[in-house]
Design a protein around this ligand. Structure first.
Ligand code: ADP
Ligand code: ADP
Length: 218
């Protein structure tokens, strides 16, 4: 699971994340909701060890990752859909990621099948649609079979079929006992997916609640 305590990030004058405290538990999808600029990506990058906090702590599975990326076996992430080298084939991309993380090669075939990219695994990622790049990013997140998954705006720009597929995948991963954190700026994307909701605005916590209570509050 993910635990964030007093997490704060300042970029010069901008307080991007302001004293955030919350936990993401296994067994359900937790939605991370807030308008653009609220501090969601900055928070997720600190949790993943990709950015250093100004103060406060973030742990994944009880371990902090401070200025060192969390290993793929600890947490899988989809951050920037399609942030893969366009000249690499899908299989080559995953093989490089597996090799760099001590993950057996056979996992590459397994995750390609899991995300439905087997038939195009030999194609360069630069020829992929957004939905296919999204699937490739998710294959990378699943490669280490991690107990924690982090998806930053995973439904952005996808067609309805892709949205249904990612929703199903996130719910299945949570049902298998993983902690799944999914960010979005749209409440409508949360309602069908998340069992728990963390809402932030201007870097601060606004709500941390079971989804059914939040919806019932209207
Ligand atoms: P969200 O993901 O919720 O849209 P972000 O975490 O991307 O929000 O951004 C939160 C705030 O931090 C915004 O005001 C943004 O402009 C600022 N910010 C994010 N990254 C940087 C950076 N590298 N340098 C300066 N300001 C940044
Ligand atoms: P390579 O240079 O071997 O292709 P990458 O640049 O693709 O490696 O990735 C470098 C590191 O970034 C990985 O070892 C891993 O720690 C992290 N990383 C890449 N993709 C993911 C992902 N989907 N989830 C979590 N971490 C990732």
């Amino acid at each position: 699971m993910i635990e964030v305590r007093g997490l704060t990030k300042r970029y010069g004058e901008v307080l991007a994340v302001d004293d955030l405290t919350f936990a993401v538990r296994p067994g359900e999808v937790t939605g991370f909701l807030g308008p653009n600029g609220a501090g969601k990506s900055t928070t997720l990058r600190m949790v993943l060890g990709l950015d250093a906090a100004t103060s406060g702590t973030a742990t994944v599975g009880g371990r902090p990752y401070v200025a060192q990326p969390a290993p793929l076996r600890a947490v899988g992430a989809l951050l920037d859909a399609g942030a893969v080298l366009p000249s690499r084939t899908a299989r080559h991309h995953l093989l490089a990621l597996a090799a760099g993380n001590g993950i057996p090669r056979r996992r590459v075939s397994e995750v390609l099948a899991e995300v439905g990219l087997e038939a195009v695994a030999h194609r360069r990622a630069g020829t992929f649609s957004l939905g296919m790049r999204q699937r490739l990013g998710i294959a990378g997140a699943l490669l280490g079979d991690p107990p924690v998954l982090v998806f930053d705006e995973p439904l952005n720009g996808l067609d309805p079929e892709g949205i249904v597929w990612i929703r199903g995948l996130m719910r299945r991963m949570a049902a298998e006992g993983r902690a799944v954190l999914m960010s979005s700026h749209l409440m409508s994307e949360m309602e069908l997916t998340a069992g728990h909701l963390i809402v932030i605005g201007r870097g601060r916590l606004i709500a941390d609640t079971a989804m059914k209570e939040f919806i019932g509050a209207y």
